[in-house]
Ligand binder design. Structure first.
Ligand SMILES: [Ca+2]
Length: 109
């Protein structure tokens, strides 16, 4: 994962996978990122969110029904809890699109 300097106030740093196609000159379509911020105020960043970032163009022109992907996991978790290990993007037809985090597994800090 890399942090490319994209820090959003009150949200933190966006950590993208180094092998994401957009870093190799391709058009950005969909990339899952982890986010990090100093949530507990101790001066160090910790992972605090997972966010599938998907373009409208991807939903409308590249999604083929249902697509499920693994979520790259961090080396360290901020606290004990359940974390998603996959996410599914689903075309609901006239109902729009669904992005669902799934297969939560227990991890320790
Ligand atoms: Ca911290």
């Amino acid at each position: 994962m890399i942090e490319d300097g994209a820090i959003v106030p009150k949200m933190g740093a966006h950590l993208a996978p180094t092998d994401a196609p957009e870093f190799d000159g391709e058009e950005w379509q969909e990339t899952l990122i982890w986010g990090a911020a100093d949530v507990d105020g101790d001066g160090e960043y910790e992972n605090n969110y997972v966010e599938p970032m998907i373009t409208v163009d991807y939903f409308q022109n590249h999604l083929d029904g249902v697509e499920k992907q693994d979520i790259a996991q961090p080396d360290v978790y901020p606290k004990d809890g359940y974390y998603p290990t996959t996410y599914t993007v689903r075309d609901l037809g006239d109902g729009g699109y669904a992005v669902v985090m799934e297969e939560f597994e227990e991890r320790s800090a």
